[in-house]
Design a binder for this molecule. Structure first.
Ligand SMILES: Cc1ncc(COP(=O)(O)O)c(C=O)c1O
Length: 427
């Protein structure tokens, strides 16, 4: 913990803002992990149900429903919610003093801790309310002119594609949407991107993890290809940060935007924007900022009055993830997904749209279809009969089932899901 962060946390504690629950909960998770991990490597740790039961208890969630849509949004652990709620109450005692003067400065600690986790300078991180805000700062902020070209894909996030469409309608920028063959083959993707590049290509915008299938794309290789030709790279990391281990140096992108209410477990309304230091000056912020902030990453935070509690609770969420370990989290998610995949993969009408063969190409998100079975009806059946909740995403014109467990998902829940699917197929 940075000195500055310790100082602020101590001063906030003395103001009565922090309770005991946060640190206690971290200690409990930490103890459970430590006693187990001392004898195990990460792969066998993923199967240690006793330790995971302690981690599952860190979330106060509705256990009457099996939630397999954690890709959309994740609940926060209780310790994050406690800290968040305490800060909200404390703010409300005298917002103009207690929120603005006591709590808001903690945003600098959030910046430092996010930078440490992402592997960049803290002066390259702006705190946003979600990935959309982070990415639209970049998309609207670049000085693009008519006939400049952008390369993206048909499986990038619909809101980000809508943003490019609007920019194109307004200023004549040309958007090339590459059609992905799913599951994506890395070499084929790189070749297709390379073929689309022209002397007018300015930016390549691509997701680190596809929202539709959970496939992890080779951003590092795409950045190398782009930079060799003087093209900038925007990485949509809405689904990657805190999901599996990586650092900015693995991606090499110029810009990165993510939400923290998905895999980081921070409260709803949290995200961050990364801008490579030498690019900050030329990128216009989405909401106007004074000239003196031209070269300052904080110009992207000029959003008017907003709660401090949301972004401050990012610190607690990061601490939870660190105690858990992103590598251990990723292995557990892969293990949970393997459990249900193995139980249904031999039915000949089951097709995975995510690459589930090549290790490392996916983690917590898996998409699949079953020939002859309507995904909408299956979704309704699983909810009505088994209280299992997930979503279908539209890929092209086909509805596709997208399954995302979480660290609080139990082995029994996953097996129940797999058995319910198998029974439905047999019927
Ligand atoms: C790949 C991707 N990008 C961007 C977003 C937007 O995230 P948010 O709605 O949190 O801004 C999402 C949301 O699911 C996403 O999956």
């Amino acid at each position: 913990m940075s000195t500055r962060r310790k100082f602020i946390r101590n001063s906030i504690t003395s103001l009565g803002v922090f309770g005991l629950l946060g640190p206690d909960a971290i200690a409990q998770v930490g103890n459970a992990i430590q006693s187990s991990v001392s004898q195990k490597n990460e792969v066998t740790f993923a199967e240690d149900e006793f330790t995971w039961s302690k981690i599952q208890q860190s979330f106060n969630i509705d256990r009457s429903i099996i939630n397999l849509n954690n890709g959309g949004l994740s609940p926060s652990p209780s310790m994050v919610m406690e800290s968040f709620k305490k800060d909200l109450d404390y703010s409300n005692e005298l917002p103009a003093l207690k929120m603005w003067k006591h709590l808001e400065p903690k945003i600098e600690d959030v910046r430092e801790e996010l930078a440490a986790e992402f592997g960049c300078d803290s002066e390259e991180i702006a705190i946003t309310r979600n990935a959309s805000e982070a990415l639209e700062n970049i998309q609207f902020g670049l000085d693009l002119k008519a006939a400049d070209e952008i390369i993206t894909t048909d499986n990038d996030y619909p809101r980000m594609l809508t943003t490019w469409d609007q920019i194109s309608r307004r200023s004549g920028v040309i958007i090339h949407k590459i059609k992905l063959n799913l599951p994506v083959n890395d070499d084929e993707l790189l070749n297709t991107i390379e073929k689309k590049i022209t002397p007018r290509t300015k930016v390549i915008h691509v997701s680190h993890v596809l929202f539709s299938t959970g496939q992890i794309l080779p951003i590092g290789k795409i950045s190398k290809l782009a930079h060799n030709k003087g093209i900038e790279v925007i990485c949509d990391g809405a689904h990657s940060f805190s999901h599996f281990p990586f650092k900015h140096s693995d991606l090499g992108c110029d810009y990165f935007g993510t939400s923290l209410h998905k895999w980081t477990y921070a409260p709803v309304g949290t995200g961050f924007l990364y801008v490579r230091k030498d690019k900050i000056k030329k990128l216009w912020p989405l909401m106007a900022a004074p000239k003196k902030l031209d070269d300052n990453i904080r110009k992207f935070e000029e959003i008017g009055t907003h709660p401090a509690a949301n972004h401050n609770a990012i610190l607690d969420a990061l601490e939870f993830n660190r105690t858990l370990g992103i590598n251990r989290k990723a292995e557990r998610l892969r293990y949970l997904n393997k459990l249900w995949i193995d139980r249904i993969k031999n039915y000949e009408n089951v097709h995975f749209i995510t690459d589930v063969i090549n290790q490392g190409k996916s983690c917590g998100i898996i998409s699949f279809r079953i020939d002859g079975i309507d995904p909408g009806r299956l979704k309704k059946y699983l909810f009505d009969e088994h209280k299992i909740y997930f979503i279908n995403v539209k890929i092209g014109n086909k509805q596709t089932m997208r399954i995302t467990p979480n660290v609080y998902t139990t082995k029994e829940e996953i097996i129940k899901f797999a058995d319910a699917i198998a029974t439905y197929i047999k019927k």
